[in-house]
Design a protein around this ligand. Sequence first.
Ligand code: NAP
Ligand code: GLV
Length: 312
Amino acid sequence: MTRILFYLDEPGAEIWQPAFEAAIPGLDFRTYPDWGNPDDGPAYVFAWEPELGLIAKYPNIKAIFSLGAGVDHLTRDPDLPTDIPIIRMSDDGLKEGMAEFVVMTVLMHQRYMPRMLASQRKKKWRRLFPPLARDVRVGILGYGALGEYCAQALKPLGYQIAAWSRTGKTPENGVEHYTGSSEFQAFLKRTDILVGLLPSTPETTNLLNKTTMAMMPKYASIINAGRGTLINLDDMVALLDSGHLSAATLDVFVEEPLDKDSPLWQHDKIIITPHIASITRPDTAAQYVASNIKRIEEGLQPANVLDRSKGY
Ligand code: NAP
Ligand code: GLV
């Protein structure tokens, strides 16, 4: 019998069990804190931000499934065992949800919605005339599962799309590729609307700072749906205030939830969403986990195993 140890410290977590039971016949699904005894036998963990040290107490865990595409909520645990595979979420629901968020927010930035909303709050009838999509250069930071899916979703709208990644990509119609630190500056210089879809690693931390953001064209804007560590927010606010950047939509933050006292909430040029750009959904996630468990049980390599040397 397959055993899953589930951890999600959020209201409504009970909706996960039926989806998993439907996907894996005869499943023993245990929700924290009812995980049973550490020596109860083999099990898989499916978790978001588990308590520090918890997973290390269960020596029979065969694999850890991250409830998200990101793994920083797991690897922050200094006691996390290093010999168990960590499998990243990459189900269809996550990709579709992110594409919807990115299309929505890119359209909002292109059509000057942050400025329109600021005018509305001041009861100002301020008519602005945005460019057409075909005249706007979108740059996607990260061309993995989500970045690529979002680029394909943006294509039919006519944007000039580029993507930046660590390793080279096969040339393709409609997306210009930039690779590695040597091409980062050129990527920034040609980007009017930047979409952050990078994992949090030492290399991506503070990648957007006063020097790099100043390389973007005047009135450029930023959408961050990857991780909060990407941006130095003080530098970003200074560039918004000076008028160099025109807007930012921020879905992710280093500390979540964002502090009630943060001045970002009130900033006229900033739109804040509470880490909902894309949400892992029980039905598609259960199918994804079930198919990976089947692969493991058959002695095959599961899909999307975290490469600990890269951090994603
Ligand atoms: P992925 O498939 O692993 O793709 C990551 C991309 O980032 C790859 O293209 C990779 O380059 C690139 N990259 C990593 N380090 C880099 C570096 N130092 N320089 C340049 N490029 C680098 O991940 P994914 O599934 O697309 O997810 C991306 C991230 O989105 C997740 O890690 C998570 O943090 C975030 N996320 C957020 C939400 C939300 O609701 N806000 C939802 C889901 C995911 P290569 O292609 O060369 O390897
Ligand atoms: C959400 O942030 C994820 O990593 O899937």
